[in-house]
Each structure stands twice: as C-alpha cells, then as structure tokens.
Write a protein that binds this ligand. Structure first.
Ligand code: AMP
Length: 250
C-alpha cells in the first residue's frame, strides 16, 4: 500500500503572530517556520504504517515556496521515503491546494492520502474535504484512530461534537488527522543525516496543468481587540450588581 502525506510549512506554533503595519496580512519575515502540527501527526501515522509493513512506500508532498523543501526534509528525517515539492511563489488557497494534490495523486496513485485536519495559519479546515470531493473518494476527517486491518478498507474513529464516531472507508480514501491520533516522534541525528540522501522531486502548478488563481480576496487583517483588565469583586452581591449595572448582562 502506498501512502501520500501532505505537509504544510506554517509559522511555528510558539511564535506570537504580528499583523503587518499595512493590514494586508501577517508578518512572516524573520519568523520561525515549522511543519504544521497536524501534518506532523499525519507523517507519524504514515511512518507507523510503514514500520508495521502495512505501507510499502510513504511519500510526502508540500506545496509552496522553495523553503518548503525544509519541511519535506523534516518528514524524510521522521521516516518518509521520498518527497515532492510543488513549487510556486503564488498564494495558495485550499481549493488550489486540493486541485494540485489531485494532480499529484494522478501521478502517484496512492491508496491512502493523509492530511492534517487544518493548517494552523489559515485555520481553514477545508483541503482534505475538498480533495476527497474532487477525487470522488471517501473521507474520514478528524481521525483519532486509524485501523487498516482488512485489505482495501480503513476504519477511522472520528472526533465529533457528540463523542467518537467510527466509519469504514473503502480505499483509496482521504483521512485528516486530529490531535489525539498519535504523538509525533523527533527525528534522530542519524535519521536527519540519512534524510539528506533521500529524493525530493520538484514540479510546478503549470507542469501539473492546475490553475491556482485565488478565489477569495483578503480585504483586511486586524489584531483582535485587546481584552480589558478584569476586577476582583468583594462579594457575590457586588458581582451581581456589576453584572447588572456595568456589564448589563443580567
Ligand atoms: P487547511 O484546509 O488549509 O486548514 O489545511 C488542511 C491540511 O491540508 C493541512 O494540514 C495539510 O495537510 C494540507 N495542506 C494545506 N495547504 C498545504 C500546502 N501548501 N502544502 C501541503 N499541504 C497542505
């Protein structure tokens, strides 16, 4: 079984995000970038399938600027076999990413495609669903467990509002990862060295014949309003009086 995992390069989750002075977006210059945390989980799941012998090949793909190569290298150091960079400097929105992934799938013919449930930069939570729709494949989103017992099917436990839901998907399928699926490993130094020798192929949207033109225009990006400092009240009657007279919520 061949597994394809999509890894996005995003601003590191520890970085305090700053909005650009002209309100056109978020400051990315001189900011630490890392692999999207949900994609680390996707890579870990792929590596585990590879180690268990369930998967025969694990391919990772990243779409975006040249530096996405570093994100691919991280995945290769975790245990993926080879990488594909879909190289473009254009802004990529989820629909464009899904179309590009569809084109990559057309070339690679994986049995299973694993994505993160969302990218922590745009928080769209759209790409996996759009990809499954474009492919006409079943999807198991927000996966907290993946079982690949029977040949040709995947049992996916999904984290839904009411609890856990288990669905059975016929392969090929798209799965998106939730936080509790696994705990991603750190790449060891020997594996980081080994990863330098693994192949990363490069392809462009033009070569894949995909139109990546944005369908949405961002009008303005603003910081959320600053929260005002709270007050410590002396008593419950004081609290009630403030809720009634100042906050006007009761
Ligand atoms: P989103 O729909 O933008 O929240 O992203 C969901 C998932 O799609 C991510 O966790 C990635 O697995 C994948 N994805 C989105 N954009 C990219 C990209 N530029 N390169 C690789 N994977 C991506």
């Amino acid at each position: 079984m061949k597994v394809l995992v999509a890894v996005k390069r995003v601003i590191d989750f520890n970085v305090k995000i700053r909005v650009k002075a002209d309100n056109t977006g978020v400051e990315t210059a001189n900011v630490k970038m890392s692999m999207n945390p949900f994609d680390e989980i996707a890579v870990e799941e792929g590596v585990r399938l590879r180690e268990a012998g369930t998967a025969s090949e694990l391919v990772v793909v990243s779409l975006g600027v040249e530096q996405c190569r570093e994100t691919i290298r991280t995945a290769l150091a975790m245990g993926a076999d080879r990488g594909i960079l879909v190289h473009t400097d254009a802004e990529l929105q989820p629909l464009a990413v899904a179309k590009l992934l569809k084109a990559v799938i057309g070339r690679e013919s994986p049995d299973l495609v694993i994505l993160g449930k969302q990218a922590i930069d745009d928080d769209s939570n759209q790409t996996g669903q759009m990809l499954a729709a474009l492919m006409g494949w079943p999807q198991g989103t927000f996966a907290s467990n993946i079982g690949l017992g029977d040949a040709g099917a995947a049992e996916v436990t999904r984290e839904v509002d009411g609890g856990l839901e288990t669905v059975s998907l016929e392969l090929p399928a798209v799965i998106t990862t939730d936080l509790r699926l696994n705990e991603p490993r750190y790449a060891s130094l020997p594996n980081i060295m080994k990863a330098k020798k693994k192949t990363i192929d490069t392809v462009t949207p033009e070569e894949l014949d995909v139109d990546v033109a944005p369908r949405l225009v961002t009008l303005k990006v603003e910081e959320p309003p600053k929260r005002q400092a709270g007050v410590i009240v002396d008593s419950i009657p004081d609290l009630v009086q403030r809720l009634r007279n100042e906050a006007k919520v009761i």
